[in-house]
Write a protein that binds this ligand. Sequence first.
Ligand code: ADP
Ligand code: ZN
Length: 241
Amino acid sequence: MRKYVIMGVQGSGKGTQSQLLAADLDLVHIGVGDIFRWNVQNHTKMGAQVRRTMAAGELVGDDLVESVVRDRLTQHDWNFGFIIDGFPRNRRQAEFFLESYDIDGVIVLDLPDSEVRRRVLNRRLCADCGMDYHLIDSSPKVAGRCDSCGGDLVTREDDTEEALAVRLRDYHEKTDPVIELFRRKEYVFTVDARSAPEAVQDQIRKCLRLPPMTARKPRGASEGSSPPVPVEARQPGAAGA
Ligand code: ADP
Ligand code: ZN
């Protein structure tokens, strides 16, 4: 059983790296932001509650975030473990988490703020499968179309200059101290996130003393990673396939 947390500033590749690790080790990938985005896209009650907060780049309230994480983890579909991404983001969330779960490692993806802007402002997301693209570094074969499922590529509502400034400020003010807290407990592995995704993944595995990735999964091969919410809770025809 492996329980990992992945942290890193916006655009540092938490989602990509967690999915690679999760698919290979049969971990459940829990992306807290993905869960909220799914709720917004599917017009749930929770989605209505968080939509404006997210678009402005602000943090959702701790009570709601904690209940989302608690509900997700009590599903116990994580026989081989989990990797959680986007949580904890502040001291209170970290305390809640440490009280309830023992963690095997915290991976910190290190990226300078200057690179964050370049990545985030050029990022596009597949509206259907969530796969992400970078217009310069990893552009889709057909402009505006997902290589993997053919879905429309869209810009995240919070990937704007204004919202990014808020997100970065919160990250340094509230999330940096969480990394310090974990560091004191000696769980932290810091990896340089400027390299190509495969190289970053190799570094993560070295830090966690895991064998190198068994087979290189082509871009877009995300089957095996779990949807942001359990399948039975999704509406028919929603993302996936
Ligand atoms: P990023 O790390 O790029 O900001 P995420 O996809 O992790 O993006 O999160 C998107 C948004 O979801 C955040 O800006 C915030 O509004 C909300 N969110 C996600 N995780 C948390 C959290 N742990 N606490 C509060 N809000 C969160
Ligand atoms: Zn797609």
